[in-house]
Ligand binder design. Structure first.
Ligand code: 0X9
Ligand code: ZN
Length: 774
């Protein structure tokens, strides 16, 4: 667990006050009486700056604090999670006027910074403090990198990629065991953001551990023989230097913007998604994107250096603090990248390896949704430009109360250990001869229909011979495997065609593939994947051609335009020309009319609700292992207009006729045309015959264009018709079915009159025996 260094410090000097306020009030009333010495601000750039926590982020709160232009430290802005931010004295006064409930984590950040400085100065006198037990200056880092390289000339090559804006050298280190220069490259860059002092420290720790392990640790030796690891540990030397010399919480580079402000956020200056949401055009913003794509020399230097080996880069890690996150592309949009399931698989493996190290949890997911949308970041360059797997790592700590950008330096080594384990897991994945990945499988596929299960085979350190891919299948464990067809889907994508299966069959399959060199590999390496099948019975189908039992608009709705209505949609830039169904023309739309411009009938100023008729998700079909699914088709557009990507489409489900609702989905970005969504109802609520679907579209900010649609809604039940002799419906024929039959027969229950002659005779018993054996 990370130390709460500020709390400790603050508690000692008595400067932390917790204020909870509700409703507007003036600043004067809110500042608690405090001892005079605690009130007096110490001199320095952060004099009187406060670190403030808002207990629960909500759209209302976010909109309210937007104008403050505060330095928001919590990069995990999620609904209902706390937000921490630094406010200068003037911003704090304006903040108090908002009357928001909050907590002051640090009364005067200058004291925090001064205490840190005093500690560092004292430690420099102690010779029992090892290198990674304290934060280091740029000069100390340069010495360290030079020493690491100097002592390991056969493994490490150092160089200077070029110079920063202020003319400082930008270092790079290549780790290459056997010296081959045709190998896949794992590219790591650190410290785009100056104040994130744990970030270059942990990265240098990883560098040093890899170098130390080469030749002694068999795994590291093998990985550095199979791959080249290229590390740019200091992307923002000017900003980093400035964070030591002047402003500890400096983030950007040191660009003179010519208007009295300084700095471009390097992590908004990359080319992919540049200029989009989550970046700012205001020069004094912490996320100022610069005047153009790659306007900053630091990124020009890095990207031209990478040109020298760009085709070999297979993964690109951009290291940051803080928040304990592993974020994949895309970050500039919500749309999942084509490789999302592979990203998740490798990301989760890294997260698990981190957890196994020191039991710290890192959250894994796509950047845009897991954190926030940000245009022009490094990982989107890695993915979109280099065609490599791009990730942002947000290292320790988890939150501002655990030190934020400035945790106790005893966090450096454990953070480095965690990052090292993640890097090793990733390197193992990249260093395989071929990299197999199975796309997520459905729980059960339809009986009697062949099913193409998708998988991918990426080149690892060897290249795939695409003609070599073969698949094997068996319908149950007592059969032997037979070869089945493989469909190439282009690039690294394939499908294994699983033959039609009986209900509840447990099919098994695996794949074999060879490298161009003729080495053959099996996937999975041991055993086989399983695939089951079931009957799929639609019990409700609504093409949304007539109003039926739907309700458009509910009490409490406050949208002034764009209310839900059934109709044939008229195309705008944000609304489709056609409904989803092939037959018919209508769909539920947030006003199907186009009007004179796209903004005429979109959702404005609030929420609009659409409620389905009563749906039966628990019909008695007598199926074994029955499971209900809800399918609906959505259209959603929220990326057009002046305030893009601010709104959401919320989907809820009730199983008690609308008394209570459970949220089952939240669409935060636009759909790609009409999008099908299929929900396993039991994942959210127990299926009943009292289900209702509720869809709420809302608009919170001016300027955003919001349009939504719902079409083709159905309920499907998956399950299997039981064997006629499976009287206890447990999916198996056992002695209990026999005993049950005997009871029914003795009771004269019609179910036991199997020959249907109205009498309970020995023939019924014989018939049951036949069924049982069939
Ligand atoms: O905002 C950033 O540049 C990164 N966070 S930080 O606190 N280190 O500044 C995160 C960028 C990650 N990408 C996404 N938001 N998707
Ligand atoms: Zn950062």
């Amino acid at each position: 667990m990370a130390h709460s260094s500020w709390r400790l410090l603050a508690a000692c000097s008595g400067v932390v006050g917790v204020l909870a306020v509700a409703g507007p009030a003036s600043a004067q009333q809110l500042v608690p009486a405090a001892p005079a010495d605690a009130q007096a601000d110490v001199a320095g750039p952060y004099s009187g700056h406060k670190l403030v926590r808002l207990p629960a982020a909500s759209r209302r709160v976010m909109a309210a604090i937007e104008d403050l232009e505060a330095d928001i430290w919590t990069h995990t802005i999620r609904q209902m999670r706390p937000i921490d931010m630094r406010l200068d004295p003037e911003q704090f006064v304006r903040f108090l006027d908002l009357g928001l409930e909050h907590e002051v984590l640090a009364e005067d950040l200058q004291r925090v910074v001064d205490a840190e400085r005093a500690r560092i100065a004292a430690r420099s006198m102690q010779d029992d403090v090892t290198w990674y037990e304290e934060y280091r200056t740029l000069a100390e880092y340069r010495d360290r990198w030079a020493m690491i390289a100097g002592m390991n000339p056969d493994l490490v090559a150092t160089g200077v990629m070029g110079q920063s804006l202020e003319g400082r050298d930008m270092p790079v280190l290549h780790l290459n065991g056997d010296g081959r220069t045709d190998k896949p490259v794992l590219l790591i860059n650190a410290c785009q953001h100056a104040r994130e002092w744990v970030n270059p420290a942990a990265t240098t720790f990883v560098l040093e551990q890899l170098v130390a392990g080469y030749g002694s640790d068999p795994q590291i030796t093998r990985l550095l023989d199979e791959l080249e690891v290229i590390i740019a540990p200091m992307m923002n030397p000017d900003g980093f230097e400035f964070s030591w010399s002047d402003e500890r919480f400096w983030r950007k580079n040191r660009r003179d913007n010519g208007d009295g402000t300084f700095g471009v956020d390097l992590n908004r200056n990359w080319n992919v998604g540049w200029g989009g949401p989550g970046s700012s055009g205001n020069t004094d913003s912490q996320t100022y994107r610069g005047t153009d794509i790659f306007s900053e020399p630091e990124l020009q230097v890095f990207t031209s250096y990478v040109e020298g080996f760009r085709d070999r880069v297979v993964a690109h890690l951009d290291i940051h603090t803080y928040g304990q996150l592993i974020l994949s592309a895309w970050s500039y949009k919500f749309e999942p990248p084509p490789d999302i399931s592979y990203y998740d698989a490798v990301g989760n493996a890294m997260g698990d390896a981190i957890f196994a190290t020191n039991q710290e949890r890192y959250t894994v997911g796509q950047g845009a949704g897991t954190l926030y949308v940000a245009g022009g970041t490094a990982k989107d360059y890695g993915y979109g430009e280099l065609d490599a797997l791009g990730w942002t790592f947000e290292l320790r700590p988890d939150s501002a109360s655990e030190g934020g950008f400035d945790p106790d330096p005893d966090q450096i080594i454990p953070t480095g250990e965690e990052l090292l384990q993640a890097v090793l897991v990733l390197a193992e994945e990249l260093a395989q001869p071929l990299r197999f990945h199975l796309e997520p499988q459905p729980r059960r596929v339809a009986i009697g229909e062949a099913f193409p299960q998708r998988f991918e085979i990426r080149d690892g350190v060897d290249a795939l011979d695409p003609a070599s891919v073969v698949g094997f299948f068996r319908a149950s464990a007592d059969e032997s495997f037979v070869e089945v067809g493989i469909t190439p889907l282009g690039d690294e994508d394939f499908a294994i065609v699983l033959p039609a299966m009986d209900c509840e069959a447990r099919g098994e399959f695996y794949v074999e593939a060879s490298t161009v060199g003729g080495d053959s590999y099996r996937f999975p390496a041991d055993g086989a994947f399983e695939q089951r099948a079931a009957e799929i019975v639609a019990t409700f189908e609504d093409a949304c051609e007539s109003v039926g039992g739907w309700t458009a608009g509910l009490p409490g709705d406050d949208a002034s335009t764009g209310q839900w209505a059934l109709g044939d949609p008229e195309a705008t830039t944000a609304q489709p020309e056609d409904d989803h169904s092939p037959d018919g023309v209508n769909a539920w739309m947030t006003d199907p009319r186009a009007g004179s411009s796209a903004g005429s009938f979109d959702v404005d100023d609030g929420a609009t609700s659409l409620l389905s008729p009563l749906l039966d998700a628990a019909p008695d079909l007598g199926l074994l292992d029955a499971e209900a699914y809800l399918t609906a088709h959505f259209w959603y557009s929220n990326d057009k207009g002046g305030g893009p990507l601010n709104d959401e489409l919320l989907v809820f489900l009730s199983n008690d006729d609308g008394t209570t609702f459970e949220q089952i989905d939240r669409l935060r970005g636009p759909t790609v045309g009409w999008e099908q969504k299929r929900y396993r109802i039991a994942d959210f609520v127990a299926p009943t015959d009292q289900m209702r679907l509720l869809v709420i579209a809302y608009d919170t900010r001016t300027g955003s264009l919001v349009e939504a649609g719902v079409d083709d809604v159905s309920i499907e039940i998956e399950g299997c018709t039981p064997h006629p002799a499976d009287l206890d419906l447990d999916g198996e024929l056992t002695l209990f079915d026999f005993l049950l039959f005997q009871n029914l027969w003795e009771d004269g229950d019609p179910r036991a009159d199997l020959d249907g002659d109205g009498a309970f005779t020995l023939f019924d018993f014989l018939e049951f025996q036949n069924l049982f054996e069939s």
